[in-house]
Design a protein around this ligand. Sequence first.
Ligand SMILES: [Zn+2]
Length: 319
Amino acid sequence: MTTIIHCLRVWRHYLLGARFIVKTDNIATSYFQSQKKLSPKQARWQDFLAEFDYVLEYRPGKANVVADALSRKAELESISTVLGDLPTGIKEGLGHDPVPKELVKLAEQGKTRQFWLEDGLLYTQGRRIYVPKWEELRKDLIRECHDTKWVAHSGQKCTRALLESSYFWPQIRDQVELYVKTCLVCQQDKVENKQPAGLLEPLPTSEHPWDSITLDFISSLPKSDGFGSIMVVIDWFSKYGTFIPCPKDCTAEEAARLFFKNVVKYWGLPKHIVSDRDPHFTRRLWTELFKFLGSELHFSTSFHPQTDGQTERVNSLLE
Ligand SMILES: [Zn+2]
């Protein structure tokens, strides 16, 4: 009974809330729950046992031969010890890879302090085992530190940290990087570590014609009558387009003059001008020019189809 109490104390966090069976070969113990007369100690035990949901089951010693044998024979203890064939493989591989072969020689002669031998294994700083380049040893280790369920395909850093806690070989970093980059599972299930882009910020809807216009340039056209590019002005509301020929290297001042002559003269001054940042103009020039005109400037991000799609659409038509 003492054994049961001890085990329940140790495994209490596992057993609470679950129904379990305690098998015993002691027939007296199996009647503990229904015992009428209790010693003070047994009463304390019953008090402790009350929080568990369990059944005591009698199992005669005859039916428990295997477990008994294991618990009694000292030399059988090693059955529960994990013994991999990895150290054997590493030891064997040391003789096949010329680099550690040389290092083993140096270590044996006491010429290096960075490497030393222990039980036939080559160790380096941090008590890390040198893994030779032999058969699939290195790859197997990376797989163990990346693919197994307890690691669950963690990233390069985590895989490398795990590996480097116990193992060492030159270019371990490159090999881990290549392995993780080419891992099929990781490729199929990529984790995006970028911030979400956020909501789109649409431009204000215009209520009147020539309230908001978009302005763009079609440049690098063959020269004709001294003009090399076209200024495309589209009304946001009516989609009416105005195409103004302008010189190839149109300055901001020139563009403003042409804009006045061909747009403002007929339709008045727009409230908003949407323009992507064209190489013709700097943002500062625009801002200052149109601040002077009293117009707000909405810079659309370049190649942003949402904001200046209509001009781009007309541009392709015109071209
Ligand atoms: Zn993976």
